[in-house]
Design a protein around this ligand. Structure first.
Ligand code: PEP
Ligand code: MN
Length: 263
């Protein structure tokens, strides 16, 4: 993935979106696919804010095994329908090798979660497909660790890779869930030709901190953003505290596109 051998940007085309180059892509949706009705409602909100891609987890990497683990294949079906009804594409996390084939039947983009960034077997399996992969930086991963993880995908043949900065653990994560490493955005762009996407939601973990860091992430030069939304964050099955309500999301998205215009 080095610029040295491949100076031009990688531009990824999904049915409704262009990721990389001078484009800016908005991806939004709930943390988890919670129900058919809910994910469809959230997809309509996402689209209204200019999102071309709807997100939602059907397989959730929860810290506790007793937390909601996702709806599985049923969730994939609901997210696929939510995307199609709104002429959008979908992104969803794949957690295990044995699910790659099933998730591939539904998704336009595989999300590899922070906790799986160095699951080399999973990386190689998605690397054997021709579906774009969004690789999230591990919470304790260096920039070189992230680039090496991307190589595991690319070396199997799949070069449609985007890199996601979602915050890392540092000595001070009392007030923010993680530390948003915005410097990583231009550094990654200097080192690699893959598009870089920011995830302010997981970076800060609190909804009222998301808009300022979404704007900062856009100003850093990212090719796009992935953001969590929910109409009733108190009732969300995962990551409620960081979810933007529809009105807040729409305001944030408008400002984000304005910032992207001027950089
Ligand atoms: C998510 O996108 O909901 C998620 C679990 O993200 P991460 O892997 O970055 O923690
Ligand atoms: Mn989440």
């Amino acid at each position: 993935g080095s610029r040295l051998f491949h100076p031009q940007d990688t531009v990824i085309h999904t049915p409704h979106a262009v990721i990389g180059g001078n484009e800016f892509v908005m991806m939004a949706g709930p943390c988890s696919v919670e129900s058919e009705e809910h994910v469809k409602k959230m997809a309509r909100v996402a689209k209204k804010g200019g999102a071309k891609i709807v997100r939602g987890g059907a397989f959730k990497p929860r810290t506790s095994p007793y937390s909601f683990q996702g709806l599985g294949e049923e969730g994939l079906k609901y997210l696929r329908e939510a995307a199609d009804e709104n002429e959008m594409d979908m992104i969803t996390e794949v957690m295990d090798d044995e699910h790659v084939e099933m998730v591939a039947k539904y998704t336009d983009i595989f999300q590899i979660g922070a906790r799986n960034m160095q699951n080399f077997s999973l990386l190689k399996t998605v690397g054997k497909t021709n579906i774009p992969v969004a690789l999230k930086r591990g919470m304790s991963a260096t920039i070189d660790d992230l680039l090496n993880a991307a190589e595991y995908i690319a070396s199997e043949g799949n070069r449609q890779i985007m890199l996601l900065e979602r915050g890392i653990r540092t000595f001070d994560n009392k007030y923010t869930r993680n530390t948003f490493d915005l410097g990583a955005v231009p550094v990654l762009q200097k080192l690699t030709h893959y598009p870089v996407i920011v995830d302010p939601s997981h970076a800060v973990g609190e909804w009222d901190l998301v808009t300022p860091m979404a704007l900062a992430g856009t100003a850093s030069g990212a090719s796009g953003m992935i953001v969590e939304i929910h109409d009733e964050p108190d009732k969300a099955l995962s990551d409620g505290p960081q979810a933007l309500k529809p009105k807040t999301y729409l305001k944030m998205a408008q400002k984000v596109f304005e910032v992207h215009q001027v950089i």
